[in-house]
Ligand binder design. Structure first.
Ligand code: 5GP
Length: 205
């Protein structure tokens, strides 16, 4: 059996496996960007995703989750592997080029952290219903724009946000703190305290 976690002094659960992989293969870029293309954002390590999915299921086992919501593109792989442990469908919010005026979609605006532009993001009304209990999953949490956009879509549908599962939270940015202050349950598998693009140093919380 792979030992995949450890308790931190704050009592939270972090995935040692993921931290080690970030230390080994992650690179720090200027502008507070962590590149993890070799195992998460471009090439994907599915065995690692499996351990992450198992851990999300353990962390949210007390919640009546019947659907996972993520956003294209990088959240989809992680959400799909996690969904195998929850036995629920995955819906991904789509970045839309054209505004749909038919009224058959929920729409919100999300500012992209990495591309510095604002996207219209949509989900069909067919796939978000008031009776849904939703786990949001995404690869990164930075300022929280992506997650807040997804919360907006869920609230438009009258559905319930049961929790937010994040692979890598950049704790030096405010997104996680603000979401927890609003009362959302945020579980991040690795939380970065600081990182330095000159030395390449990455410190975990
Ligand atoms: P937020 O919306 O919380 O500011 O940023 C989260 C979104 O931006 C994620 O969906 C992720 O795709 C992207 N992102 C934010 N920070 C990073 C980063 O350091 N590295 C990578 N690869 N993506 C990031």
């Amino acid at each position: 059996m792979i030992k995949c976690g450890k308790y931190t002094k704050e009592g939270g659960w972090t995935m040692e496996l993921l931290e080690k992989r970030i230390q080994k293969d992650g690179t720090v870029k200027p502008g507070n960007v962590l590149k993890v293309d070799s195992f998460l954002n471009h090439q994907m390590d599915i065995e690692l995703f499996g351990e992450m999915g198992r851990e999300f299921q353990r962390l949210f086992a007390d919640k009546p989750i019947n659907k996972i919501l993520t956003i294209e593109a990088s959240g989809i792989g992680i959400a799909c592997i996690a969904a195998q442990y929850f036995h629920v469908p995955v819906v991904f919010a789509k970045k839309s080029q054209s505004i749909n005026l038919d009224g058959d979609v929920y729409c919100t605006k999300i500012e992209s952290f990495t591309h510095k532009r604002i996207y219209d993001v949509i989900v069909s009304k067919k796939y978000l219903k008031p009776e849904d209990h939703i786990l949001i999953i995404d690869d990164f949490l930075a300022n929280g724009c992506a997650v807040n956009g997804l919360i907006d879509l869920i609230e438009s549908a009258g559905a319930t946000v049961e929790g937010i599962g994040i692979a890598i939270e950049k704790g030096q940015q405010a997104g996680g703190k603000l979401l927890r202050e609003k009362g959302y349950r945020v579980e991040s598998l690795a939380v970065i305290e600081s990182m330095n693009d000159e030395t390449g140093e990455i410190v975990f919380r």
